[in-house]
Design a binder for this molecule. Structure first.
Ligand code: AKG
Ligand code: FE2
Length: 344
């Protein structure tokens, strides 16, 4: 059997397609079924860093309710959206860990760009009801309660329903990623007890201005956690993925699927054997576009330490170890801190 390092050396630098993986059997107790799924996931992670999943288990109704709520939220006048951060009355960068509303151009994912042409609403784990645990005392630098709009009935519940469904999917995926890395299926179990997942409702207005490569929906970037579960609005092509030959490959929405893309935490766990692939979104379609990423990482107090089988004399260690929380925090600060002077 090839080693992980060996497989990575033969990765496809010029992928043109993003694979679609069927999760219909994800809960099967048959180890062979799990093995086949894990092998497909391993190929996608080593070659592309992106894949679509179908039969993902998030009910269409949950998606539609969340989309409806997102549209209502973003349709409000800017003053109301700013008030959606009631205790602070300020923009996202001054709230605990950037939760809440982020206006157009308040973030900048590509340091060569001049702001992302999107607005967003971000939140993290919160119990849906009293039966769920809330063990977040170890969140460290990422600690901070969610902030909700006060005047949108059903918004919090709708968004949290989606959040919990996506976290359930993420928790089914972690064992497959572990198997894909030739590790026991339970490898990430004690590292993902607290659902260190941030969910973001995103709105990209249609970009009608003359082409300016420095202002696009979201500039070229990698995600920061282990993986992202992304829902894209149907019928609107905007997302593009960069292969190692520096070609942008379209990742259009495909009916009934979600996009899964790897982030920097998995690149660190795997010494870049799993790819945290650069991507961007540009909305030149003449209509509004919405998307919903949920970024799922290991618990914030967990150290990102490379898996031994991902290091070899030919592939020496590429990253210093850092906790997941410190890593995400540093990326948040870089993304939202870029224009701090202007907004003071
Ligand atoms: O809107 C999209 O399709 C992509 C969003 C994204 O890449 C992100 O929020 O990190
Ligand atoms: Fe992203």
């Amino acid at each position: 059997m090839s080693t992980l390092v060996g497989r990575a050396e033969h990765a496809d630098p010029g992928f043109k397609d993003i694979p679609i993986i069927d999760l219909v059997n994800i809960s099967s107790s048959d180890p062979n079924v799990q093995k086949v799924l894990a092998a497909d996931i391993r190929d996608a992670c080593i070659n592309v860093g992106f894949f679509y999943v179908k039969n993902h288990g998030i009910p269409e109704e949950t998606i539609q309710t969340t989309l409806e709520m997102a549209k209502r939220f973003f349709a409000q006048p800017i003053e109301s959206k700013m008030e959606a951060i009631p205790s602070l009355q300020v923009e996202i960068r001054k709230t605990p860990n950037f939760k809440g509303y982020s206006p157009l151009l308040s973030g900048n994912n590509d340091p060569d760009n001049a702001g992302d042409l999107q607005e967003g609403f971000e939140f993290g784990w919160e119990p849906l009801d009293a039966t769920q645990r809330n063990d977040h005392e170890k969140d460290g630098v990422m600690a901070g309660a969610n902030i909700w709009p006060s005047d949108l009935p059903g918004f919090r519940e709708g968004a949290l329903h989606y959040y919990h469904a996506a976290v359930r999917l993420g928790k089914l995926l972690f064992p497959l990623f572990a198997l894909a890395l030739d590790l026991p299926a339970t490898y990430f179990e004690d590292k993902t007890r607290n659902s260190a997942a941030l969910m973001k409702l995103l709105h990209y207005p249609p970009q009608t201005t003359p082409a300016d490569d420095r202002v696009i929906g979201i500039g070229a970037h990698t995600d920061w956690e282990c993986f992202t579960i992304l829902w894209q609005e149907p019928g609107i092509q905007a997302l593009q993925v960069l292969n190692s030959k520096k070609q942008w490959i379209n990742a259009p929405p495909i009916q009934g699927t979600l996009v899964i893309n790897l982030g920097d935490q998995f690149a660190r766990w795997t010494n870049d054997i799993f790819k945290s692939t650069v991507h961007r979104a540009i909305n030149r379609n003449g209509v509004r576009r919405h998307s919903i990423p949920l970024f799922f990482g290991t618990d914030y107090d967990v150290k990102l330490e490379p898996i031994p089988s991902c290091i070899s004399p030919e592939r020496p260690l590429r990253y210093e170890s850092i906790t997941a929380g410190e890593y995400v925090k540093s990326r948040l600060q870089a993304t939202y801190g870029y224009s701090q002077e202007v907004h003071k």
